[in-house]
Write a protein that binds this ligand. Structure first.
Ligand code: CTP
Ligand code: C5P
Length: 353
């Protein structure tokens, strides 16, 4: 008789504040070590106790993690020190974490219990991306633009940068601008080095089926956030196969101005590919949705959210062609999050703590 193999359940836990593709990559590796990935997320209260309040609320953090395609279940309220009881409660065989040491406020290794019980496995942390690094880029974005401001404002920003530098020193991982050759032309910061291998690992590699209804959306998708997630969920509901077109860095900069985008095209590709609603990404999509693009991908529906649509060169509607074809729809994500709002939130948060 064939014995049915037991499903291997993997536990991952963390703050998942400002979720980025580094988090997604650790969950991808965790998934490869078993069958199901269960993610335990700390509450706002628990995080505040150990390292100060998070930037994103627990509802937002839960939603972002649920949107990652390798995640099967999400549990809010995971203890800061992973216990054997919590693994057993959720029927998990072992716990997976990146190869960095995390401590409680008292300096205790948060994985000491699961380590000594041999129910701990490590995956490699993704180099070149972290919350600290992204915050650094946001601060540089404001620093480079303070020259029109008052002297007082300038001092405030300098103070902020000192704070971030201190933060990096204390976390022992000051890799910004040092260990990476790739520098953004917009923020001057070092960035993650993308490879085709990583893109292959993140993509599902499935072509649309012959009768699939194909939906197309395009945008910057900079600092991939809950607003994007809600938008893509609604877009996916309009068909069977969702293609996301990502504008190049110079195109994004031409309509967002300042030092945007904060994440370069390749980083944005990985962030969007990690989303469970997305089937395919066009790396460097044309700003105007053309006849060629619609025919090439056999697109049935094109949509955009409630955010303003910038005209190309101040006059051409990028959606003119799909509008003429009668396949353009506006959708309402019912979420008011924007990349700019995240930058504001981070800056005021860092000023306070
Ligand atoms: N992680 C990773 N690569 C990164 C960042 C995080 O593999 N570049 C992993 C961590 O090792 C952990 C999981 O993501 O296993 C979630 O942990 P969390 O506490 O949210 O991450 P942080 O280490 O705080 O990440 P960051 O500093 O970027 O916020
Ligand atoms: O601004 P960006 O180009 O990243 O937006 C990509 C798409 O997501 C756009 O269609 C935009 O309208 C949509 N969006 C949304 N709700 C948000 C943020 C963005 O519907 N809160």
């Amino acid at each position: 008789p064939t014995v049915e193999k037991k499903e291997v359940r993997v536990w991952c836990d963390g703050c998942y504040d400002m979720v980025h593709f580094g988090h997604a990559n650790s969950l991808r590796q965790a998934k490869a070590l078993g069958d199901k990935v269960i993610v335990g997320i700390h509450t706002d209260e628990e995080i505040t106790k150990h390292k100060g309040p998070p930037v994103f609320t627990e509802e937002e953090r839960v939603k972002m993690v649920k949107g990652i395609k390798w995640v099967d279940e999400v549990v809010l309220g995971a203890p800061y020190v992973t216990t054997l009881e919590v693994l057993d409660e959720y029927n998990c065989d072992f716990c997976v974490h990146g190869d960095d040491i995390t401590m409680t406020a008292e300096g205790v290794d948060t994985y000491h219990l699961v380590k000594s019980a041999n129910r701990y496995k490590e995956v490699r942390r993704t180099a070149g991306v972290s919350t600290t690094d992204l915050v650094g880029r946001m601060l540089l974005l404001t620093r480079n633009h303070f020259h029109q401001g008052s002297a007082e404002y300038a001092i405030e920003k300098e103070d902020l940068i000192t704070k971030v530098q201190k933060m990096k020193l204390s976390s022992g991982s000051s890799n910004m601008g040092q260990d990476s050759a790739a520098k953004s032309p917009w923020t001057g910061c070092s960035q993650f080095l993308p490879t085709t291998q990583k893109i292959i690992q993140f993509s599902d590699g499935k072509a649309p089926k012959p009768n699939d209804k194909i939906v197309y959306v395009a945008g910057a998708f900079d600092l991939f956030h809950v607003g994007h997630l809600d938008f893509l969920e609604k877009a996916k509901e309009l068909g069977d196969y969702l293609i996301v077109g990502l504008h190049t860095d110079p195109v994004v900069n031409s309509y967002k101005g300042s030092n945007y985008p904060i994440m370069n095209l390749h980083e944005r590709v990985l962030s969007v590919l990690a989303c469970k609603y997305v089937n395919e990404v066009v790396i460097g999509a044309p700003y105007c949705v053309t006849e060629d693009l619609l025919d090439h991908f056999k697109i049935d529906v094109v949509c955009h959210g409630q955010t303003p649509i910038a005209l190309e060169n101040g006059k051409i509607d990028p959606y003119a062609v799909p509008k003429t074809r009668g396949i353009f729809t506006l959708i309402d994500s019912q979420n008011s999050m924007t990349t700019e709002l995240i930058v504001e939130r981070i800056i005021s948060h860092r000023l306070e703590y």
